[in-house]
Design a protein around this ligand. Sequence first.
Ligand SMILES: NC(=O)c1ccc[n+]([C@@H]2O[C@H](COP(=O)([O-])OP(=O)(O)OC[C@H]3O[C@@H](n4cnc5c(N)ncnc54)[C@H](OP(=O)(O)O)[C@@H]3O)[C@@H](O)[C@H]2O)c1
Length: 258
Amino acid sequence: MNRRALVTAGTGGIGLETAVGLAAAGYAVTVVGRDAARGGSAVERINAVGTAAEARFVTVDLASLSEVRDLADRVTADGALSVLVNNVGAMFDDRRVTPDGIEASFALNHLSPYLLTELLLPALRAGAPSRVVNVTSGSVRIPTGRIDTAEQQGGYYGLHAYGRAKLANLAYTLDLAQRLKGDGISVFAADPGGAVTTMTTGTMSSSRVVAPWLRPFWPLVHKAFQRTTSGTPAQAARSSVVSARRPTSARSSPSTAD
Ligand SMILES: NC(=O)c1ccc[n+]([C@@H]2O[C@H](COP(=O)([O-])OP(=O)(O)OC[C@H]3O[C@@H](n4cnc5c(N)ncnc54)[C@H](OP(=O)(O)O)[C@@H]3O)[C@@H](O)[C@H]2O)c1
């Protein structure tokens, strides 16, 4: 029987390359995104290398928690799941809120993958040995001090909000790995490094993502960003693909693939 993999934000950037890597390894892959045309092209690309069942695309806005719940219901109804790659992530230059009224960085980088994972645990247990791969980022080093509110105080800066949400998700990943010890579900945090994608060429080219005191130095800061995100999406997807496939002796130990 085909082993099934779900890749969120799998129609472009690092997520699409992850889906391609998993399909080439024999997984029946479902990718999630908002745009049907991008979804269709992604499925074509995945099927060109896939050796298992046809790839599928599901239209979901992962910023909406009710759509995340619907996605989990659909995936669960299809039966056992072997791999969940929570690849969705986004950075915004201006503060915005989701349809649920939640600050969007926190919703997309943490709440959405958290909720999806919790709702899919029965399907992942049924697919054991199975894996959860949460895509993290070097930006987890940015926030300092104690985080005890969903939103940062004292002004919105995209990079900081992003790093904060990714850090919350990394803490969740470590906790989940402990919680699932012995359940047959391995949990990984995968750091893609940096790649040229919609995120890095879009929002990350606006000086508004950094704090006002840094903006006078924007040309230098931007150059540094470009240098650290100059890889290809395929190279960046490697950490997720390896985490999803790697045989592990220490099941459910938190690890970071690089
Ligand atoms: N690129 C980097 O250098 C870098 C570095 C460190 C970590 N990361 C992490 O790696 C992951 C992938 O990043 P990326 O750079 O590949 O991002 P990206 O290029 O912006 O991702 C594009 C994908 O995300 C989907 N997407 C965006 N918003 C969505 C939403 N609300 N609901 C559903 N799908 C959505 C897009 O599909 P639609 O537009 O059709 O919805 C598309 O499939 C993220 O978690 C990111 O934080 C990236």
